[in-house]
Design a protein around this ligand. Structure first.
Ligand code: HEM
Length: 137
């Protein structure tokens, strides 16, 4: 039997949400589905029109941002620079309807892909706060 101070300690992971979600592959699927829904949901029509026709760069940037935001690799900061979400969204008229449309896509993507109810609720609430902070109208 090892003395107590030599027993291995099960330290919690430094980036629990990123791992709980399922890491890079799961995040990629979530972002992919989010933009598919933005293309498809009638209530997302107005916010879809704010985005470029080709959503590839949007997918890449949201993936990189969320990776760091969830506590995983800070890809956005490494490849683009410190995220300045509010400044970057000033170019678009974002009111509560736009926020709710963005959240409708994200809520459905989370519902389809995140089984853990607690994690889903935590992510949904934190994303709502972020989306609300981006309202500029
Ligand atoms: C509130 C409703 C929102 C609207 C209407 C909106 C709309 C947009 C638009 C039109 C762009 C520019 C096109 C593009 O680069 O894809 C953009 C960029 C971006 N958005 Fe949003 N967005 C919203 C909320 C959010 C939230 C909540 C997040 C993060 C959790 C987010 C993360 C990003 C990122 C990382 C970029 C790329 C920034 C860059 O490097 O240029 N957005 N958004």
């Amino acid at each position: 039997m090892l003395p107590v101070d030599l027993l291995p300690i099960a330290a919690p992971p430094a980036n629990p949400h990123y791992h709980q979600l399922g890491g890079a592959a799961a995040l990629q699927r979530l972002v992919e589905r989010f933009y598919q829904l933005m293309d498809q949901l009638p209530q997302a029509h107005a916010i879809r029109a704010m985005h470029p026709a080709d959503l590839t760069p949007s997918r890449e940037r949201l993936f990189m941002f969320l990776s760091g935001w969830l506590g995983g690799p800070p890809l956005y900061a490494e490849r683009i620079g410190p995220p300045r979400l509010r400044r970057d969204h000033m170019a678009f008229a974002i009111d509560s309807a736009a926020r709710d449309a963005w959240m409708a896509c994200m809520t459905q993507a989370l519902a389809e892909q995140v089984e853990d109810e607690t994690l889903r609720a935590q992510l949904g609430a934190a994303l709502f706060k972020t989306a609300d902070f981006l309202c500029n109208q």
